[in-house]
Design a protein. Structure first.
Length: 164
């Protein structure tokens, strides 16, 4: 019985740690803001002194500042990743265009198809960059996941061109 209790406790700790590690820094900072905001509300409702409420408000302001800093860094990192991918696509496009000039027959057809894919994928990546500029703090986590999924698909398709 003790072994089962220990095993269950270990499993709960492991799952809790895994779930905590899945959250991004931005999500953690957003939770800090929500908690700080709730503390301000609670302090006001419970009739705490003006100084106590102001201290809680200062904590909230600090949490908001930390959140913004983390969120900005997270978006900047994503921008850098997308720009690096666009540069990679541009380099491959230039190579395909150079090779296309000397190609004939099946090789030319393959390069033309590859160029079409590269241009389409570049447009996709450019659209993702624009999406980052439009995202709000509320939708960032969901948008980031969607961007990463699309980016991974683009990476796979661009890399597949080299394999063919």
């Amino acid at each position: 019985m003790k072994k089962m209790t220990y095993a269950a406790a270990l499993l709960a700790i492991t799952l809790g740690t895994f779930q905590m590690s899945c959250e991004s820094k931005t999500e953690n900072k957003a939770e800090d803001v929500a908690e700080a905001k709730q503390e301000v509300v609670n302090a006001q409702v419970e009739g705490e002194t003006k100084e106590e409420v102001m201290d809680k408000q200062a904590d909230l302001d600090s949490a908001r500042k930390d959140f913004k800093k983390t969120w900005d860094a997270d978006r900047d990192d994503m921008r850098k990743e997308l720009n690096a991918e666009i540069e990679d696509i541009d380099e491959k496009t230039a190579k395909y265009e150079r090779d296309l000039k000397a190609a004939t027959g099946a090789a030319k057809t393959k390069l033309t198809a590859g160029l079409s894919t590269l241009k389409k994928e570049r447009a996709t990546m450019t659209g993702l960059l624009k999406e980052i500029d439009q995202v709000t703090a509320t939708t960032w986590t969901k948008t980031k996941q969607a961007i990463e999924t699309v980016k991974d698909g683009v990476d796979d398709r661009v890399d597949a061109l080299d394999a063919n």
